[in-house]
Write a new protein. Structure first.
Length: 369
């Protein structure tokens, strides 16, 4: 055994674990099938602008310890996510707040907004929602659903809202204040200079092999490490022996524009069903850029096959049950650990990735002491 840990995936989860394990004197080898580190938070400098290569990533947390931990590796700016939504020729603030309601109904007060929403919910007469459409209308009424939820959600999932289960939307944030801050977390921001530097600093002094497929590598090096931390798809690791877990994928179309400011905001959602993309990202606004050019990315939701990048686990009853079978299989082998979004078949915000990885570090090294 040349290494204590073979870590498969140089994204946030695997890199943080490698960093903490190395601090504890463990020998780690990190491999990744991509030609760069940082996984989906990878940022690439284009025209002096840090481009979020795999979609917008905005760090936010209410956990002070998590905020202080990530600030070891980068200085964060004061960016606050305040997306806007375009529906046909209308523009609305998100999340749903008094600015949204004022534009939609020409009203000014929280009492007026509450009355309209409550009337629409009562008129819908949905007591036990059977699908996502009924659930959304039951929560926020018909107007908000039809303009700001329906088309966007159907593009995201590739299915009509009437065919999606109600549990997908357990709640919808509705604010009766004029506050466009999407997140309520105390700590928010973007690392000045992009996210990649964070992972590069975590991996300093650690052996990393890029453009390396785990399954090919392990055939040639079957006993290279005492333990393996696998952050890829858990069903792929077990050769899909119980069947395939399902995901939604994304397609990105990035353009460099010879203009200073394309849309005036970092994130603009397009909620009408006849617009094929779900949103446009203008990357310079994440760091308050003043460059003469701009870089924008059209983001499309897409069906997923094994040849595509898996982004969003579809955590319905079937898939969660299937994942549990793989999890039980993994529990029988003390030499393999699964983690991260794909290994845990769970969507994580970045702060939760950090907390989960630190939790694994604590568990792993408490047990070994």
């Amino acid at each position: 055994m040349q290494y204590d840990y073979l870590i498969v995936g140089a994204g946030p989860f695997g890199s943080l674990f490698a960093y903490e394990a190395t601090k504890r004197g463990k020998r780690c080898l990190v491999i990744d099938k991509r030609d760069h580190v940082a996984g989906n938070i990878y940022t690439e400098n284009v025209e002096g602008i840090n481009v979020h290569k795999y979609g917008a990533h905005i760090f936010h947390t209410s956990n002070k310890a998590t905020w202080e931990y990530i600030n070891q590796f980068a200085e964060f700016n004061h960016f606050v996510n305040a997306p806007v939504a375009v529906y046909n020729d209308e523009l609305y603030n998100l999340p749903f707040n008094m600015n949204t309601f004022s534009k939609m109904w020409g009203i000014k007060t929280p009492a007026e907004a509450k009355r309209i929403i409550e009337e629409q919910i009562a008129n819908a007469g949905v007591d036990e929602p059977r699908n996502l459409e009924e659930q959304a209308i039951h929560l926020v009424g018909k107007d908000i659903y039809e303009k700001l939820i329906k088309g966007y959600t159907e593009k995201q999932w590739g299915r009509p809202c009437t065919e999606l289960p109600a549990f997908i939307i357990k709640r919808l944030p509705v604010r009766f204040t004029y506050n466009n801050n999407y997140f309520t977390d105390r700590y928010q921001g973007i690392p000045i200079g992009g996210y990649s530097q964070i992972i590069e600093k975590m991996l300093e002094g650690i052996e990393v092999r890029l453009s390396t497929d785990y399954f090919d590598f392990v055939k040639e090096n079957p006993n290279i490490a005492t333990k393996t931390l696998f952050t890829g798809p858990i069903d792929q690791f077990y050769k899909y022996c119980y069947g395939e877990l399902e995901y939604r994928s994304l397609v990105f179309d990035t353009k460099i524009l010879d203009e200073e400011n394309f849309q005036g905001n970092a994130v603009v959602n397009y909620t009408a069903a006849d617009v094929p993309y779900t949103r446009i990202i203008e990357h310079k606004h994440f760091e308050f850029g003043t460059q003469m050019k701009t870089v924008i990315t059209y983001e499309y939701s897409a069906d997923w096959t094994r040849d595509d990048e898996p982004y969003y686990p579809i955590n319905d009853t079937r898939n969660n049950s299937l994942f549990q079978k793989y999890r039980e299989l993994a529990a029988s082998d003390p030499h393999i650990i699964f983690g991260g979004r794909l290994g845990g078949y769970k969507y994580y915000d970045m702060d939760k990735v950090i907390e989960a990885a630190l939790g694994l570090v604590e568990k792993e090294f408490e047990e070994s002491n």
